[in-house]
Design a protein around this ligand. Structure first.
Ligand code: NAD
Length: 482
């Protein structure tokens, strides 16, 4: 079936139910990473636009919070129904704007987003809390979960719609109102989602402000009218957001970068493990904060395992994301490709470029799937998040050495251990300083489960009951029995 391009939404701000252009003087362009061609452009926004959006969200919040959980859930399920009925349109927007290969978007990412919309639509129906009781003699005490007020969401470009949905839907479900700021290079799916969602919501409950992070994102993080900033993006930006939010203090959830270790012991089924790990490394062209790209392999099996990875990389079909046979699409931008190329070019002389490393001769922002071996712990390729289809390899001889290498970076988002020895697998994941760890698996993500990082990967959870409750505050109420 040939790819059909959807109609592109007009990128503007949604404030109090009205679409208005940003009041900034700059025009920002949105490119198709598969071709490098311009898709659309829009006016930047200012701190005054943010003020208006936050004021609209504040004004709408008490009435939205006063609805029952069921009433909010009915509205959110109406959004889910319409979203599912229009899924091909959203698939098309993510393919064009974010360079997602159409087959992966159709079979995996967009159905997962639809599932997330449905899951979070009912999120406020079963909130948890301590049982009421006489903890203090003569007084019955209980806790009440309340919405925070206004939630600001600041999202990255690697999963534009997925990230927007994981912030907007649970925040609304528990009674907050939202101002969302998409990454300026991938605003299309968030704008289209908001246009659809607002037909099922009172004006002001969901607002969108488009523009530069350093202006719009920074104004949201520092805004006294915002009660929580939910941010996904780089560690550098996360630090700025946390510092700005601390002034009031406003709560922050920071889902930042990662550099996932993948520890492979010598008892694995080499071909099957290599196939799963290659898939988890190249998903979304490696622009995935949990991508399985940092291999730490037991010496006895290392050569065989790396040969199997190379064989898998040779099977990758790099190409136009609108082509159904494409398994690896472009990177998001020329900047991201340049960054990855620079890291590859500056690799230490002692390392080996085992596969790939070049840009194909075609328009768009493509990079070959790449494997670099013989790296040491201090090398930039090991220490930094590459965010590209680039796998690195180190080897180990003892279990404790593997753990030391895995934990020897600033990040702490995700990691995995591959072994048939279940005791060893559990021992090692218990020792990993990471927020999401898996045995014989990688990239286990569902809206039912909390994800979130440690250390330089940030704090707070998204998804699961814990992630939903991040959007609430807890009040203790005690009543005298006399
Ligand atoms: P980024 O930090 O540059 O931008 C993310 C968002 O923050 C964008 O909307 C941007 O406009 C905004 N922003 C930029 N500067 C800002 C500022 N000073 N104040 C407020 N907002 C600002 O990151 P990116 O390049 O868009 O995204 C890639 C990064 O996101 C990677 O490092 C990746 O690991 C990380 N990421 C993490 C997760 C996770 O769940 N932990 C998920 C996806 C992406």
């Amino acid at each position: 079936m040939a790819f059909t391009a959807p109609a592109l939404p007009t990128v503007a701000n949604l404030i109090n139910g009205q679409w208005v252009d940003g009041s900034g003087s700059e025009i920002l362009t949105v490119l198709n990473p598969g071709t490098g061609a311009e898709l659309t452009s829009f006016s930047s926004s200012t701190a005054e636009d943010v003020d208006r959006a936050v004021a609209a969200a504040r004004a709408a919040q008490p009435a939205w919070a006063a609805l029952s959980a069921r009433q909010r859930s009915v509205a959110l399920h109406a959004i889910a129904d319409e979203f599912v009925s229009r899924l091909p349109e959203f698939i098309g927007l993510e393919v064009l704007d974010a360079g997602k290969p159409v087959t992966a978007a159709t079979e995996e990412e967009l159905p997962d987003i639809a599932d997330s919309v449905r899951h979070f639509a009912g999120a406020a129906r079963v909130l948890s809390g301590q049982a009421a009781g006489e903890y203090v003699p003569g007084t019955t005490t209980f806790v009440r979960r309340e919405p925070l007020g206004v939630v600001a969401g600041v999202t990255p470009w690697n999963y534009p719609l997925w990230q927007a949905v994981w912030k907007i839907m649970p925040a609304l479900a528990v009674g907050n109102t939202v101002v969302i700021k998409p990454a300026e290079i991938t605003p299309l799916s968030t704008v289209a989602f908001a246009a659809m969602a607002q037909r099922h919501l009172p004006a002001g409950v969901l607002n969108v402000v488009n523009g530069h992070g350093s202006v719009v994102g920074a104004a949201l993080a520092a805004h006294p009218g915002v009660n929580l900033v939910s941010f996904t993006g780089s560690t550098v930006t996360g630090r700025k957001i946390a510092a700005a939010a601390a002034q009031h203090p406003t709560r922050a959830i920071l889902e930042l970068g990662g550099n996932a270790p993948v520890i492979v012991f010598d008892d694995v089924d080499v071909d099957s493990a290599a196939e799963s790990i290659t898939g988890a490394a190249l998903y979304n062209a490696g622009q995935e904060c949990m991508a399985a790209t940092r291999l730490i392999i037991a010496e006895p099996v290392a050569e065989r395992f790396l040969d199997a990875i190379v064989a898998n990389l040779a099977k990758v079909r790099l190409g136009d994301p609108t082509d159904e046979s494409t398994t690896l699409g472009p990177l998001i931008s020329a900047d991201q490709r340049d960054r990855a190329e620079k890291l590859i070019a500056n690799r230490p002389a002692s390392s080996t470029l085992r596969y790939g490393g070049k840009r194909p001769d075609r328009p768009g922002f493509y990079l070959e799937p790449t494997l670099i071996t013989g790296l040491s712990q201090d090398d930039d390729l090991v220490q930094q998040e590459i965010f590209a289809p680039v796998m690195t390899a180190q080897t180990f001889t003892t279990e404790s050495e593997a753990i030391t290498l895995a934990n020897g970076v600033d990040f702490g988002l995700a990691g995995s251990v591959w072994t048939r020895d279940i005791g060893r697998g559990l021992r090692v994941v218990n020792a990993l300083d990471y927020g999401n760890v898996w045995i014989n698996n990688h990239l286990v993500v569902a809206p039912d489960l909390p994800i979130g990082g440690l250390n330089a990967s940030g704090y707070g959870k998204e998804g699961g009951q814990l992630g939903i409750e991040e959007f609430t505050r807890v009040k203790q109420i005690g009543i005298s029995l006399t």
